[in-house]
Design a binder for this molecule. Structure first.
Ligand SMILES: [Zn+2]
Ligand SMILES: [Zn+2]
Length: 316
């Protein structure tokens, strides 16, 4: 299952249509302007059109839980780990709205960055996130949308750069809320690599997935962001690059954005391990690479999708 983060300019339904046109079978969207705290309620006519179109495309079935692979990315303003009470409360309110919007639109997965404990420490940050979820799930009892904690590059005080922290968050939220089915993970290949989980070879890719499975459980992975990395392994640099043109699938800085890559190199990279892993076959794999045209004038999403599909069959 492949998709891309696409624009909702004009109408959210445009993202579905654009995704189909590009050859995807799922999509990631923002359900609101992601830079604003306040959001207008969803337009009822648009919601009806959205639900009808997802059914028409059959994007409401298949995927990890049989509900399709459409993903919403929560606003970057949200910081559930904040020690500032005002910011924390605003974050919980906005996250509540994000969950409501997903439920209305029958979006199965809501991805968000766990948060940052700036001005405090990791244990306090983890406690704030647990407390936030206690409130969120109390407010949205019985909802079906699964919240996915996204792995980050772990720069500074941002949480989510280590599997043990992701695992601890999920376990605490699941225990506190008694809703283990509503809390899961999203991994991002660029973030993994930049966080220090080196994906530049296929064997390292396999080893990273095995470690994730052991600490976090592969069955709890619901979304994958597939991006190459402008930064080297452990650089803590969150900069996405086209597939095969960064330090995961290319390791040749001169390739960045040029449209050229080496298929032989890509097949030996961590991308090959991820694309061939049977445990990831049903998971939505979302491109968050720059939405520009390649040097031949075609949307880069087409190029990136083609490169990933060349890796989808198991390698020897
Ligand atoms: Zn991502
Ligand atoms: Zn990123």
């Amino acid at each position: 299952m492949f998709g891309s983060h696409l624009s909702i300019a004009g109408s959210m339904v445009n993202a579905l249509n654009e995704g189909e046109k590009l050859g995807f079978d799922c999509v990631q969207v923002f359900t609101k302007n992601q830079q604003q705290w306040k959001a207008k309620p969803l337009d009822e006519g648009m919601v009806r059109e959205w639900l009808a179109r997802t059914r028409e495309l059959a994007w409401d079935s298949g995927g990890p839980d049989g509900r399709g692979g459409i993903v919403s990315h929560a606003s970057y303003l949200i910081n559930l780990a904040s020690i500032n009470d005002d910011l924390w409360r605003k974050s919980v309110d906005l996250m509540t709205d994000e969950i409501h919007r997903c439920e209305t639109l029958a979006i199965p997965y809501l991805v968000h960055h766990p948060g940052s404990f700036v001005g405090s420490d990791l244990p306090t940050g983890l406690q704030r996130i647990e407390d936030a979820y206690a409130e969120l799930f109390r407010r949205t009892k019985g909802f079906r949308t699964v919240s996915c904690l996204e792995g980050t590059v772990g720069a500074g005080s941002t949480i989510g750069g280590r599997f043990e922290h992701l695992a601890e968050m999920r376990e605490r939220i699941a225990a506190r809320t008694a809703s283990p089915d509503r809390i899961a993970f999203c991994l991002d290949t660029c973030h993994l690599h930049a966080a220090g989980y080196d994906l530049s070879t296929r064997d390292q890719g396999r080893a990273v997935l095995a470690e994730f499975d052991q600490r976090c459980g592969l069955k709890n992975l619901k979304v994958l962001h597939v991006n190459d990395s402008k930064g080297k392994a452990a650089s803590k640099l969150d900069r996405h690059e086209h597939i095969g043109e960064g330090w995961i699938g290319g390791a040749v800085k001169a390739h960045a954005g040029t449209g050229t890559y080496s298929l032989a190199r890509l097949k030996k990279s961590g991308f090959a391990a991820f694309m061939a892993h049977p445990g990831l076959a049903r998971i939505p794999k979302i491109l968050e690479t720059p939405k520009v045209n390649d040097p031949k004038g075609k949307p880069y999403d087409l190029t990136n999708l083609r490169r990933l599909k060349l890796l989808s069959t198991p390698n020897p």
